[in-house]
Design a protein around this ligand. Structure first.
Ligand SMILES: [Zn+2]
Length: 202
């Protein structure tokens, strides 16, 4: 079983601003450049400017939390839009009622809600996770594609220096080169999916 994310986000910013948008840079860092909900790396869509600031407890219902850093989540435009101002109770402290609602991505129990299958698809583990999965549309193929692009990019980055280290006329170089080509082809396929040149679900 693969974990949803390698590193859990932690809110560390201690600054106080009167406008929540001022926190974006800190939020991005605290969330490891990833959407708090789906863990998509922001680099694939253009970084910070393309990501949103989600209010965990919606600011439309709890205006006192509008500029409260502990209520902010760095989120991709998909998760932020799908979550919108959905909230299961009249209290800012009650985020789940009868397995309907949300867990704060910075809460340790978020780790237990989801895992990834071997293809990188996000899978829910219980009824509450199932609610979030449907509400946030975590079944979208883009989450699998972005996860794989990030994974393969890291592997390519690790192999590339090795290609330069070895002379060209030996078996080891050939093996590394083959591996690099295989990964590059896989990377290119996922990039095509992301760019919409090949629309493929599942
Ligand atoms: Zn997301």
């Amino acid at each position: 079983m693969i974990k949803l994310r390698d590193k859990a986000p932690v809110r560390t910013c201690t600054k106080v601003y009167s406008n929540y948008r001022s926190y974006k840079h800190y939020l991005r860092s605290d969330f490891n450049n990833r959407c708090g909900y789906c863990d998509d790396y922001d680099g694939w869509t253009g970084g910070e400017v393309t990501y949103h600031i989600d209010h965990f407890a919606p600011k439309s219902k709890f205006s006192s939390l509008e500029n409260d850093y502990s209520n902010l989540v760095y989120a991709c435009s998909f998760c932020n839009r799908f979550k919108s101002d959905d909230w299961p109770s009249d209290s800012q402290k009650i985020s789940v009622v009868n397995n309907v609602g949300f867990i704060d991505p910075c809460h340790s129990s978020y780790e237990n809600l989801f895992f990834r299958d071997n293809y990188g698809n996000i899978k829910p583990t219980n009824e509450l996770a199932q609610y979030m999965y449907k509400k946030l549309q975590l079944f979208l193929s883009r989450h699998r594609i972005v996860w794989n692009l990030t994974r393969i990019k890291l592997q390519l980055d690790n192999i590339r220096p090795l290609l330069k280290e070895h002379g060209h006329d030996n078996e080891k170089y050939k093996r590394i080169q083959d591996m690099y080509v295989t990964l590059s082809l896989e990377f290119h396929d996922y990039l095509d999916y992301l760019l919409g040149e090949k629309i493929k679900n599942g």
